[in-house]
Design a protein around this ligand. Structure first.
Ligand code: PLP
Length: 460
């Protein structure tokens, strides 16, 4: 059941009026523009003016003369337009050539005028104009002040952990966290004296009970991977903040189109841009978005110091993916809903996990927190691993592969694939049993997908 469409979310109303008033009182240059009533006219008429008006703090104060994907533009777009428009225009820029799309600056270093006098760009690990455009877009999409792009989701997670955690610190995280995040936490970060406690994401009390005086971060995914539990972001933010900890939300499964954790009180949002933001299974990337400038400076320092940065071509691919995010997500969601409903009544299936089903224990929380219910569906098959093996060996349109969030449908077995690095005992305790299958529902014709699953299940 679709509760409300992300298309309908209105970011104008009072917020826009207040912002316009603020801007108008700050600059006479804007006074002619504020009388224009509607979004597109409004931003095309003065977004470019604002580039020079608003100080850009993107890239820690760097300003870019040749190419200006300006933070100031995105801050205006944040309040001026609805998501789909923002996704397409959040990389608008000033450029002498008049190019309509962001160029790929396939370059590693930049000519300097004099020794010791740095230009706007110096070395592409530190900053690259195509990456700057992506970072600006990411911030605009999540309605955060700062965006940072990384070479992978794990690069983003590692850089964030290295920036914020010290020996003796403690992290409370959801139990069915993405396997790679758990691997990093348990097999690398623990070696540096950082401790982790994993809790049921669906229980706010579990977070509260796990907090310690030295807890620095509460780390959640929502929906979780692969059990699609919903974490109440607003309540968890309160729990974290009462103890002076930060709330980090991995928003990969929802995408910013369906859920904006910063609005619910989260401090930091992370993404594997490999997934819905890229959307075409053709890149690996990660992102961090946040509004606190002092934390941003720390993460940006780690981004440059540790160097897990994306190349310009991959940045460009994510930028391109972002432009179609809204239309893709609508289709992912409606296809997933149809498939979840179909599988719910299938006799060979024990249980279907999908937040859009009324049977999902946190269906109403998902409806409150998300615009729609996402493109991921998990199922427990009757008959254990052998049943899963048979089904997975017989799908024809679904591809047996790790990853998710792309236009083509993927299917996988978490226990032997994405979550195999989690010890079996812990996996089973979390509910990631050998009977579990995870589907990333693509945007193909949904009846073809249903037919494919139906014929594969005949082999079980
Ligand atoms: N977070 C989640 C929820 C994921 O599913 C993944 C990968 O599957 C990651 C982070 C890591 O992202 P990447 O594979 O881009 O490093």
């Amino acid at each position: 059941m679709k509760v409300f469409s992300a298309q309908d979310r209105n970011h104008f109303s009072n917020e826009l009026n207040e912002d316009l008033l603020l801007l108008a009182t700050r600059s006479t240059r804007l006074l002619t523009s504020v009388t224009v009533q509607n979004g597109l006219n409004l931003f095309s008429s003065f977004a470019m003016n604002l580039i020079s008006f608003y100080p850009s703090d993107v890239n820690g104060g760097l300003r870019n003369r040749t190419f200006k994907p300006s933070r100031s533009v995105s801050s205006i777009l944040r309040v001026m337009v609805r998501f789909s428009t923002r996704a397409i225009h959040c990389d608008d820029r000033e450029d002498a050539t008049g190019t309509v799309t962001v160029p790929i600056y396939q370059v590693s270093t930049f000519r300097q005028k004099q020794p010791g006098l740095e230009g706007e760009y110096v070395y592409a690990r530190t900053a690259n104009p195509t990456r700057t455009a992506l970072e600006t877009a990411l911030a605009a999409l999540e309605e955060g002040k700062h965006g940072l792009a990384f070479g992978s989701g794990m690069g983003a997670i590692t850089s964030l952990a290295l920036s914020l955690l010290r020996q003796g610190d403690h992290v409370v995280a959801v139990q069915d966290l993405y396997g790679g995040s758990r691997r990093l936490f348990d097999r690398i970060m623990r070696n540096f004296g950082v401790n982790f406690t994993y809790v049921q994401g669906s229980s706010a009390r579990a977070f509260e009970e796990a907090m310690r005086p030295e807890t620095k971060i509460v780390w959640v995914e929502s929906p979780t991977n692969p059990l699609l539990q919903i974490v109440d972001i607003a309540i968890t933010a309160e729990v974290a903040h009462e103890r002076n900890a930060l709330l980090v939300v991995d928003n990969t499964f929802a995408s910013p189109y369906l859920q904006e954790p910063l609005k619910f009180g989260a401090d930091i949002v992370i993404h594997s841009t490999t997934k819905y933001l890229g959307g075409h299974s053709d890149l690996i990337g990660g992102a961090v978005v946040l509004s606190d400038s002092s934390i941003y400076n720390k993460v940006r320092f780690a981004q440059n110091a540790a160097g897990a940065v994306p190349g310009p071509f991959d940045c460009w691919l994510v930028l391109r993916g972002i432009k179609t995010l809204a239309v893709r997500m609508d289709r992912h969601c409606s296809n997933a809903q149809r498939i979840a409903e179909y599988l719910s009544s299938h006799p060979k299936i024990e249980k279907v996990l999908y937040p859009g089903l009324a049977s999902h224990p946190q269906h109403s929380l998902a409806a409150k927190q998300m615009a729609e219910f996402g493109g991921m569906v998990s199922i427990y098959l009757k008959g254990g691993f052998e049943a899963c093996r048979r089904m997975l060996n017989h799908v024809k349109i679904f591809t047996l592969a790790e990853s998710l969030g792309a236009v083509e449908s993927l299917i996988e077995h978490p226990a032997s694939m994405t979550h195999s690095s989690v010890p079996k005992e812990e996996r089973e305790r979390a509910g990631v049993s050998d009977s579990l299958i995870r589907l990333s529902v693509g945007i193909e014709d949904v009846e073809d997908l249903v037919t494919d699953l139906s014929q594969a299940l005949e082999h079980v």
